[in-house]
Design a protein around this ligand. Structure first.
Ligand code: GUN
Length: 293
């Protein structure tokens, strides 16, 4: 078993990003600028957004946080997004999900200028990604592709099983792995909550990507020897074992599954760290007008 080490890969790429940000500052007298919009006080979202802001500063980006209480109206939020779209000092806009029930996330996502949509959630970016055209790629799937590249994991002709079909991870991941590029060229199976007998599919996976949000969902009896396992799980549980009072669990039973896998991502220290890199790379690309010249 070998580790797909998110800490190592993310630190390495962060250094490259910092160099590029330095060049932008030297030549154009400005920093790449990411704005995050956070609604309410969901514990997970607070943690993720704080980490995004911290990492921006660490690589020499400017970051701004726009906060609203849970009772903000959809209209107020859409007006703010329009304002951010028009602000020429802003390269990237993210609205942290989930949003309160009275706000339609699709409306908000479509309101973001696709040229600043560094989450890659806008239908224009999603469609362009599917066609293999320049686009912003959702941060977690993008981070996973960078990890597969770094460790030169063979993907062509492999059976990739994606467990989970969310807009944020499972669905875009399945598109990327089927594209005619590297990493990609896989035969892709998408399993989800309505799939009977998921084990039947996971047992055949050469590459298994799990984003289902259930602690230790994948166990050793569900995988074959030599499988490459990508665990996207971020299941937070209160714990007395850690300083923060929380412990993170993956969707994969690491102890059991790592006995059979050729490569596996740990949690924490795997995909979570790469997600930030995906977001930073998209923001940098936006500042350099690489996707939409
Ligand atoms: N919620 C969970 N993951 C993400 C993400 O990558 N972007 C946004 N905007 N919200 C999220």
């Amino acid at each position: 078993m070998q580790l797909l080490d998110g800490k190592y890969v993310s630190e390495k790429i962060k250094k490259e990003i910092a160099v590029d940000a330095g060049k932008i500052l030297a030549t154009r007298g400005r920093k790449p600028h990411l704005v995050a919009v956070l609604v309410g006080h969901d514990g997970g979202s607070e943690t993720y957004v704080a980490s995004k802001m911290r990492n921006c500063e660490a690589v020499g980006f400017k970051s701004s946080l726009v906060r609203y209480e849970d009772d903000v109206t959809e209209e107020e939020l859409l007006i703010k997004v329009a304002e951010l779209n028009a602000d020429e000092d802003i390269d990237g806009i993210i609205v942290q999900l989930p949003l309160p029930k009275h706000i339609d996330p699709e409306k908000v996502t479509e309101k973001i200028d696709h040229r600043k949509d560094v989450d890659g959630f806008h239908p224009i970016n999603l469609g362009r990604m599917q066609r293999n055209l320049p686009s912003f790629i959702p941060a977690t799937p993008y981070g996973i592709t960078m990890m597969l590249k770094e460790y030169k994991i063979e993907t062509s002709g492999k059976h990739c099983v994606v467990v989970g079909r969310s807009n944020i991870v499972g669905s875009p991941m399945s598109i990327l792995m089927a594209r005619n590029t590297y990493p990609g060229n896989c035969t892709v199976t998408v399993c989800h909550s309505r799939t009977p007998d998921i084990k039947k599919f996971t047992l055949d996976a050469d590459i298994l990507i799990v984003a289902i949000g259930k602690k230790n969902f994948i166990t050793a009896d569900m995988v074959k020897d030599g499988v490459v396992v990508i665990d996207v799980g971020m299941n937070r549980e209160t714990s007395t074992l850690t300083k923060s009072g929380y412990k993170l669990w993956g969707d994969v039973d690491f102890e059991g599954v790592s006995q059979k896998s050729s490569w596996i991502t740990p949690v924490p220290g795997g995909v979570g760290l790469m997600t930030i890199i995906g977001l930073l790379k998209n923001t940098l690309a936006s500042a350099n007008k690489e996707v939409y010249p």
